[in-house]
Design a protein. Structure first.
Length: 509
């Protein structure tokens, strides 16, 4: 076997093997952070090599210990897996590359070693979910990533971080339990846990009650993990109160991994074998998706905290992905996969810009950031440019996503026109909440400098605000440029999405 053939295993093993090594390093030493960043970078290189291999040669299968599936543990890297690996590994790498000063500011160095160990475990678990070929191992990796993520959220600088982590834990545990119950029912009826083997054996028992119950539990469990409206209550607090580098990482990939598993399970296992399941999938999830991007965008407008505003924006963006998936068409599924990739780019850049503001202002409350456009012009310019991608302005990655989604909607005829109008309304709502930040940053005087009764201490502290460190700005602008690069040349995500759609839907429209 060549080195390239071991890439699926190395993608998961590398960060998992380094995590315990970092845990025993001195917490205040920079060695742990350097090693974690280097490991994340190596994992990203492996993800890039995998994506290139899959794009040129198709899906890659790997048998752990050379035991043949379904008797042994198998890994399978499909085109969608490759997209997700790029998102997870890339999100982890850029967040660490960018976030050293932010972490020092928000949580100090007392527990850096254990924190970074959990970071790599979360990354490894998420990567394991997207490459495993086994439904139960997906649960195992889900628990690894979830437990580590709860710790990451709980390390935030405010006491609310603990309650946010607890709410995340309760909701995540419910989601994982529902998913495991569904997998248990399927194993009871088929005697296998391998995805391909499940799809082959399911037709013999497809009309039985346990299988129908299993499909419901799996969809509900993964919807909870993905923060699908109205099961999103854990997400705004988790994003707001976690350390900002953690928010950058989780916003890029956490909920999207659950959506990935939902699409994989439903399109590859359930829909081909359960009568009318595709119609039921669409009927249940399409209204929730529409509510997600309308209500999520509205709640973002009325949020007074910048991180919370972007969290509600993520709820809305997940609605676009879910709506595209619920079309159960080639164009719709292509739009969903492309938007998974593009949303990771835009939301990571936005949260990085917010992190730069928090580093200098010590707050993410909108009222505290008045005049930031003059104090931190480069940071605010990056926020505005990434915001254009979120809105879907032409030449940005966000525009590509919405354009492909609108094309998918046009296939529905009159019903599609109605959905397009709703998408446009949601985009206008996005303009409103992005403009709120722009207006505050560029057209309002800094807090404490806007009246005769100004707070002298606040005014003095605001006057000392300076631009973010150069290293943070370099990483931030690389992500901003990526939003425009993939808005001009979307061939990478679009090509992988097309390969995945051909494999999943075959001759289906």
């Amino acid at each position: 076997m060549t080195f390239l053939s071991h890439l699926p295993a190395l993608l998961v093993v590398v960060p998992m093997a380094v995590a315990p090594l970092i845990a025993v390093l001195p917490s205040r030493s920079r060695l742990g952070y350097a090693l974690a960043t280097l490991t994340a970078g190596l994992t990203f290189v492996i993800a890039v090599l995998l994506a290139n291999q899959v794009a040129s040669q198709g899906a890659m299968a790997y048998e752990m210990g050379s035991w043949p599936v379904p008797f042994g543990i198998g890994l399978m890297v499909t085109p969608f897996s490759a997209v997700m690996a790029l998102v997870i590994a890339g999100g982890s790498f850029v967040a660490l590359l960018w976030g050293a000063k932010s972490l020092d500011s928000e949580m100090g160095r007392e527990h850096h070693a254990l924190f970074l160990s959990c970071w790599l475990l979360a990354s490894s678990g998420l990567l394991g979910i997207v490459v495993t070929a086994d439904a139960f191992n997906a649960f195992v990796f889900m628990e690894i990533s979830s437990l580590a993520s709860y710790v990451l959220v709980a390390t935030g600088p405010k006491r609310q971080s603990l309650t946010a982590a607890f709410k995340y834990l309760v909701t995540g545990s419910l989601g994982a339990t529902f998913y495991l119950i569904g997998v248990g029912y399927l194993y009871m009826m088929t005697g296998t846990l391998n995805f391909d083997d499940l799809a082959a054996r399911l037709p013999d028992v497809s009309e039985t009650t346990p299988v129908l119950i299993a499909s419901g539990f799996i969809i509900l469990g993964l919807a909870l993990k993905a923060a699908v409206f109205p099961m999103h209550a854990w997400l705004p607090n988790a994003y707001q109160f976690a350390p900002t580098p953690v928010t950058v990482f989780l916003a890029a990939c956490s909920t999207k991994v659950a959506i990935y598993l939902l699409i994989k399970f439903d399109f590859a296992v359930l829909q081909p074998n359960l009568a009318d399941h595709a119609a039921l999938f669409s009927a249940v999830l399409m209204p929730l998706a529409i509510l997600a991007f309308l209500v999520g965008s509205t709640l973002a407008i009325f949020s007074n905290d910048l991180k919370r505003m972007l969290a509600y924006s993520s709820v809305a963006q997940m609605g676009y992905i879910l709506l595209a998936s619920s079309l159960v068409s080639a164009a719709g599924l292509t739009a969903a996969i492309v938007h998974v990739f593009n949303h990771a780019l835009m939301k990571s850049a936005l949260f990085m810009a917010v992190g730069c503001l928090v580093l200098r202002y010590g707050s993410s409350r909108l009222e505290d950031l008045a005049g930031a456009g003059k104090k931190m012009p480069l940071t605010m310019l990056a926020f505005v440019l990434a915001g254009l991608s979120l809105i879907g302005v032409p030449l940005t990655a966000g525009f590509i996503s919405k354009w492909i989604l609108i094309q998918a909607m046009l296939e529905l005829g009159a019903q599609g026109i109605f959905f397009i109008v709703l998408i446009l309304i949601s985009s206008l709502l996005a303009v409103v909440y992005i403009w709120r930040v722009v207006e505050l940053a560029y057209f309002k005087a800094p807090k404490g400098n806007d009246g005769p009764n100004q707070d002298t201490e606040t005014a003095a502290s605001t006057s000392k605000v300076k631009e973010a460190p150069a290293g943070m700005l370099v990483v931030l602008y690389l992500l901003v440029l990526a939003n425009f690069w993939f808005g001009v040349d979307p061939s990478l995500p679009l090509g992988l999405a097309s390969l995945e759609v051909n494999a999943l839907l075959g001759a289906r429209p």
